[in-house]
Ligand binder design. Structure first.
Ligand SMILES: Cc1cc2nc3c(=O)[nH]c(=O)nc-3n(C[C@H](O)[C@H](O)[C@H](O)COP(=O)(O)OP(=O)(O)OC[C@H]3O[C@@H](n4cnc5c(N)ncnc54)[C@H](O)[C@@H]3O)c2cc1C
Length: 379
């Protein structure tokens, strides 16, 4: 680990223990947005973690970034969503936006003055993004956008979104008719908060775009028809970070279980001395260590600038299923206390399933992995 990485991770640990951990239970159970935590995140530069220093960001590699995401998610997964979705939007702008767009927006994104996310999913399509119905029509030098988006992270408290819309509904193949727009809230979209099983505190909303006028300069990239490829490129980083969240949740469930198993006694000894509990702990730590290695590998390939959808998919699949399994095992190890809101286990149990759904479901990851596997191994 470099000195720089050591210092960054040290300041993240300090932030988590001082500003996050003491407040998690209250905010999570009240489903209250952690506004003070988000402000602290801006102070330590998290909103610009992967944005280039040329635009005011920290310019961190994916390999360092995943270590931050694991740490944050082990304390409260919702906090990682506040900057992860934002950074996927930033990556799309930095990779594909014009110089004018980059210098106008990226410094504000990096400072956390403007915060946002990505708006792809609609009420009747998530995995099959080529079916989106939100329309963007060019009229003079503005696009008129009509439609709605569903389950959008950071849409209520944030003030900007990268929105995927159809610019040519007749295009064949369908992805050639899709474009990505950077849309500020003050351009006119409205939002409604949605309630959820877990991932509470962070805002998830329905977004309505009724005749929203967006300047032509806010089309990401120089031409229409590139939106799906642009956002899929950003989703590689998104999937690696969801995988890192999985490692964080799986580790938190393990750490709590290791402590509890030593203090809870049955039949005259700590439950950690019962073989059936030992087997659970051994499987849990094996999942954590394996998942972390896969996440590191995917991040390394991403940092080398190589195509990494297979590595990101494998890491996402394994680490998020590890989070699900470890949360369920932690619940069993804690017995009735695992079911109580006094402990964190029930939160891990409610948070973990989202990881198997978001940034491409695990069913979709299996398809991506298999297709890539065959493509990389031709006859
Ligand atoms: C809390 C939360 C936050 C979210 N944040 C965002 C956000 O910020 N931005 C955003 O755009 N979206 C967001 N989403 C939406 C999320 O990305 C989608 O829910 C996800 O992509 C799945 O889409 P869907 O729910 O429409 O399921 P569907 O696409 O309807 O899939 C239903 C089921 O069918 C399976 N399936 C679908 N197609 C196939 C296939 N070809 N082969 C095999 N199985 C298949 C799926 O794996 C799944 O099991 C969020 C969702 C939640 C719950």
């Amino acid at each position: 680990m470099s000195v720089e990485e050591h210092l960054i991770l040290g300041s993240i640990d300090q932030f988590l223990e001082r500003d996050v951990r003491p407040h998690v239970k209250k905010l999570e159970h009240a489903d209250e947005y952690p506004a003070d935590i988000a402000d602290k995140m801006a102070e330590i530069g998290l909103f610009g973690a992967t944005i280039s220093p040329d635009y005011g960001g920290l310019g961190l590699s994916a390999s360092t970034y995943v270590k931050i995401v694991e740490r944050v998610s082990a304390v409260w997964m919702s906090v990682s969503g506040i900057f992860n979705s934002h950074l996927i939007m930033c990556a799309a702008v930095e990779r594909f936006g014009s110089e004018e767009m980059k210098s106008k927006y990226l410094p504000k994104f990096a400072a956390g003055e403007m915060r946002g996310g990505i708006a792809l999913t609609e009420s009747d399509c998530g995995t099959d993004l080529q079916s989106v119905r939100t329309r963007a029509n060019l009229e003079g030098n503005t696009y008129l956008i009509n439609g709605s988006k569903m389950w959008i992270t950071n849409s209520i408290r944030g003030n900007v979104l990268a929105i995927l819309a159809k610019t040519d509904p007749e295009a064949e193949p369908r992805y050639k008719g899709m474009s990505l727009f950077l849309v500020e809230k003050e351009m006119g979209y409205t939002t409604t908060k949605l309630s959820k099983l877990g991932y509470r505190g962070i805002d998830t909303g329905e977004v309505r775009l009724d005749g929203v006028r967006v300047p032509i300069a806010n089309l990401i990239g120089a031409e229409e028809g590139r939106g799906l490829q642009q956002i899929l490129a950003g989703l590689e980083l998104g999937r690696i970070n969801v995988a890192a969240r999985g490692v964080g949740v799986a580790r938190a469930a393990l750490d709590d279980s290791v402590l509890y198993a030593q203090s809870r006694r049955t039949f005259g000894k700590p439950i950690a001395e019962h073989q059936s509990i030992q087997i659970k702990l051994a499987d849990m730590v094996t999942r954590v260590e394996g998942a972390r290695l896969l996440v590191d590998q995917a991040a390394r390939v991403y940092d080398q600038g190589q195509r990494c959808d297979m590595e990101a998919g494998i890491a996402k699949l394994f680490a998020t299923e590890a989070a699900m399994e470890n949360a369920a095992e932690a619940m069993r190890i804690h017995g009735a206390y695992g079911y109580s809101p006094e402990y964190d286990i029930e939160r891990y149990y409610r948070d973990a399933p989202l990881l198997c759904i978001g940034e491409g479901t695990n069913e979709l990851q299996r398809l991506i992995i298999a297709r890539q596997l065959v493509e990389r191994n031709p006859l």
